[in-house]
Design a binder for this molecule. Structure first.
Ligand SMILES: [Fe+2]
Length: 249
């Protein structure tokens, strides 16, 4: 059996070569979104200083007419997506300020805001590149994986269609690659987040469900968290970071 990292790299190289051929044919001249995926193997949404940036749209605002009208696209991209980028930068700055000031009273609020804004930025950036002005169908490796995970392309459409149409309030339907199972999966997402940032790869996790501490620490969750800091295997965290950063190199 191939190591997980090797199989991921094979897929990345395959996807990269496909993207190189596909995006140039599809979009013509290079643009920031296109360069992003080709150069980084993943959307890169920050500048050299780590600030989030709002890339130009990969096409004109009339490109998706009549299925998506230009006015909607303009408002959506400029104010909703653009607002999320501004918000994410403010959230990052406020978390940094709280750490600089050694005053953590506000970080619960700002990390929630960052989850909302950064997830919005990530998902919108993917959304724009997911769309084009003609009907296409999955082929090759993508189609094989759709067949394996869902049975057929039509069954995937039925699943993601039903999932998207039934989001309570605002949200997204999402087709995702699940690296832990090497499979495709469909998710329903309310708003943008639920306190996550999409695409994050966990490096260190602290289980604060009550079953994790209640026998010994009773209601003192904070004591349990402090105790865990004494037994964390940072070598393991470092190995996970090394593997995760290779996914985008
Ligand atoms: Fe949106």
């Amino acid at each position: 059996m191939q190591p997980l990292y090797t199989t991921i790299m094979d897929r990345k190289n395959f996807l990269k070569s496909g993207l190189l051929a596909g995006t140039t044919a599809l979009m013509g001249s290079a643009n920031a979104f296109e360069q992003n995926i080709v150069s980084n193997n993943i959307d890169k949404l920050v500048d050299a200083n780590g600030n989030y940036i709002h890339q130009p749209l990969p096409y004109s605002e009339t490109f998706l007419e009549p299925y998506m009208d230009a006015e909607t696209l303009h408002l959506h991209y400029t104010f909703h997506h653009g607002g999320a980028v501004k918000g994410a930068n403010k959230d990052l700055a406020m978390i940094k300020k709280a750490l600089d000031d050694n005053n953590l009273e506000t970080v619960d609020y700002w990390t929630k805001k960052l989850a909302f804004h950064a997830s919005s930025h990530i998902l919108h950036s993917i959304f724009w590149t997911n769309l084009t002005n003609k009907q296409t169908r999955p082929t090759d490796d993508l189609l094989k994986r759709i067949d394996k995970s869902f049975g057929s392309y039509d069954r995937l459409l039925a699943l993601i269609g039903e999932t998207s149409k039934n989001v309570d309030g605002n949200g997204w339907g999402i087709l995702a690659y699940q690296p832990y199972g090497d499979s495709l999966t469909v998710l329903q997402c309310e708003n943008h987040e639920k306190l996550t940032q999409w695409g994050c790869i966990p490096l260190l996790v602290i289980d604060v469900w009550e079953h994790s501490y209640y026998l010994k620490y009773k209601n003192k969750r904070a004591d349990f968290v402090d105790a865990m800091f004494k037994i964390i295997n940072w070598d393991n965290v470092a190995q996970r970071l090394s593997d995760a950063t290779k996914l985008t190199s």
